[in-house]
Design a protein around this ligand. Structure first.
Ligand code: FES
Length: 104
């Protein structure tokens, strides 16, 4: 397990926005949904598409490549063509900074 990595300042992750950070080789997308932060691996389990930048509706992010949807709260795959959940990571705010880490 690695240490926490800094994502950005809280002022750079406002509601409706996302940021991507790397913990080693792991791309982690952090989303601000109505003031709550959710961190997931930025790789679609269907065919490796980047989820960051995909359309968001409620707590769901849609993969821009083929339209799979995932619940950002749980990582659960919600529709085809993805069936395997995406990894979900811890996220915290400390000293006005956003932090996450690959805790697998
Ligand atoms: S790569 Fe995401 S739906 Fe195909």
């Amino acid at each position: 397990m690695t240490d926490w990595i800094r994502v950005c300042a809280t002022s750079d992750l406002l509601p409706g926005e996302f940021q991507v950070a790397f913990d080693g080789d792991t791309a982690i997308a952090v989303f601000n949904i109505d003031g709550s932060l959710y961190a997931v691996e930025d790789i679609c389990t269907h065919d490796g598409g980047e989820l960051a930048g995909g359309p968001i509706e409620g707590f769901e992010v849609e993969c821009p490549r083929h339209g799979a949807k995932f619940d950002l709260r749980t990582g659960e795959a919600l529709c085809a063509p993805a069936y395997v959940p995406i990894a979900k990571f811890p996220v915290k705010i400390e000293n006005d900074q956003v932090w996450t880490r690959d805790d697998r």
